[in-house]
Ligand binder design. Structure first.
Ligand code: GAP
Length: 457
């Protein structure tokens, strides 16, 4: 297969109904994307897999779905109002705006830790190395300013400073402000975890590499509340849990790596990313952070409500430490699509496009294909009605059977069920496997058990 490019991925995603440009008919809104019929299925399946592993199968694990708009005091306490920003500078000639760290990273010749540099050091580096404006070629920039990433809006009828509310830039705070509600209502004992899947918003100005960096995105965030002293052990444990999760979705070990943070976020004592090797290079898909008691302690300070946990056995009161394990619910599907996309040359020289998705993640679990529309549709529709009660099933009766197989391969459908005379006469169907292209014949009665066993996650 030719070297995979992001352009190819964008075009495949559009062609097969996975992802479309946001507001496309109006020329698009930068860094926004819409999921199409197949994209939404893939993304939902990834979220289901995450929820199953993190909430359903883990003991002492609870889900929440907190409001996106929270009291602005939350963001004062969390430090996002004062510290959640990017270093920006403008080209004085053409007025293009850049993130100084990204500009340096794209042009640096030696291995330097850009994230650990001050604004002054970054600006000096830009001039010393003669890093010109990529748009107009000038070397004349404004000073670097910190630009807060949170989107603001107004609540109520007036638009003044007292009515500002923020679109949350991370899910985590919804879990922190509810941690005692969850603990008490579920009678949870430390250590325990709270997970949430939801939207977050950031006013990102850098080009996004498709859905990798968007202004509106979803996170799957897990916060693990533990005792101080046990935090480092759990930090290591969650690093590995992240790595295992991505591999369980089918991402290969050699395209995943840990990357420690050079510069820590305002809330973290230790932080590490898991990166995937995208066609554009390594990119973060997960973060594990030791947030200590930073967030809970600050919420106690700002809200004047206790954030202390009362140990029922020892009667000891303390503010727990938090290990956060956060996953991008848009970056993960992107990594999965990049990895699953294959162009295979067949024996007859034809190129087969195939999306080798884990069956649990595939948008359609199977397709039902009447061999000859006129004779086999009725039986095929019957089978479709039964199977679609349990899974997403594709029904396709147009074109040659070969073409229909190719279409299903390209959208990642793991099993294609052909209905023919053998079905009408003997209640037997042919199942074709997407990856091996091998076919077997089984009884209609055995179909459900066969698929369920294959799709299991
Ligand atoms: N609560 C911690 C937190 O938000 P983060 O590393 O800033 O940490 C967590 O974000 C995850 O969210 C990242 O690993 C990434 O997968 C995803 N993410 C962050 N910014 C994003 C963006 N602009 N577009 C798409 N996904 C993003």
């Amino acid at each position: 297969m030719k070297k995979l490019t992001m352009e190819k991925i964008v075009s495949v995603c559009k062609q097969y109904g996975f992802i479309f440009q946001g507001s496309e008919i109006y020329g698009g809104l930068a860094n926004t994307w819409d999921y199409g019929p197949l994209g939404v299925e893939l993304k939902n399946n990834i979220k289901k897999a995450w929820w199953k592993q993190f909430i359903q199968e883990r003991v002492n694990s609870y889900g929440v779905d907190a409001a996106i708009l929270m009291s602005p005091r939350v963001w004062e306490a969390s430090g996002h109002i004062s510290s959640f920003d990017d270093p920006l500078m403008d080209c004085k000639k053409c007025k293009m705006r850049y993130r100084a760290d990204n500009l340096i990273e794209a042009n640096m010749t030696e291995d330097i830790k850009v994230n650990a540099m001050t604004n002054e050091e970054m600006l000096k580096y830009v001039y010393d190395k003669g890093i010109k404006c990529p748009h107009c070629g000038a070397l004349d920039y404004t000073d670097i300013r910190r630009f807060n990433l949170m989107f603001k809006t107004f609540r109520g009828v007036t638009e003044d400073n007292n009515s500002i509310v923020y679109l949350r830039p991370e899910n985590a705070q919804g879990e922190y402000v509810n941690y005692l509600n969850v603990q008490r209502s579920m009678r949870a004992k430390i250590p325990f975890g709270i997970g949430q899947i939801g939207k977050a918003f950031r006013n990102e100005i850098t080009p996004g590499n498709f859905t990798f960096r968007t202004i509106e995105f979803e996170q799957m965030e897990y916060q693990f509340f533990c005792r101080k002293g046990e935090d480092e052990k759990y930090y290591e444990e969650f690093k590995q849990i992240g790595m295992d999760f991505f591999q369980s979705l089918g991402l290969p070990k050699e395209k995943l790596r840990f990357k420690d943070h050079d510069k820590l976020a305002h809330y973290a004592k230790a932080a590490v990313d898991i990166e995937y090797l995208f066609p554009f290079g390594w990119g973060e898909i997960n973060g594990t952070h030791n947030r200590t008691d930073f967030d809970l302690r600050n919420h106690q300070l700002y809200s004047k409500k206790t954030m202390e946990y009362l140990d029922p056995e020892t009667n000891e009161k303390f503010i727990p430490y938090v290990i956060e394990s956060t996953y991008g619910a848009d970056r993960t599907p992107l990594a999965i699509i990049c990895d699953a996309y294959n162009e295979e040359q067949l024996e007859d020289g034809e190129i087969r496009e195939v999306l080798k998705l884990h069956p649990f993640l595939a948008p359609y679990k199977c397709s039902v294909l009447p061999l000859v529309k006129k004779y086999h549709s009725e039986k095929a529709t019957e089978i479709y009605s039964v199977l679609s009660k349990d899974y997403m099933v594709s029904y396709d009766d147009s074109g040659s059977i070969g073409k229909r197989y190719r279409r299903q391969d390209a959208i990642g459908t793991p099993f294609s069920i052909t209905v023919d005379d053998n079905t009408i006469n003997n209640n037997m169907v042919t199942i074709r496997d997407r990856d091996t292209m091998k076919q077997i014949t089984i009884k209609i009665d055995e179909l459900k058990a066969y698929l369920t066993q294959k799709i299991n996650f």
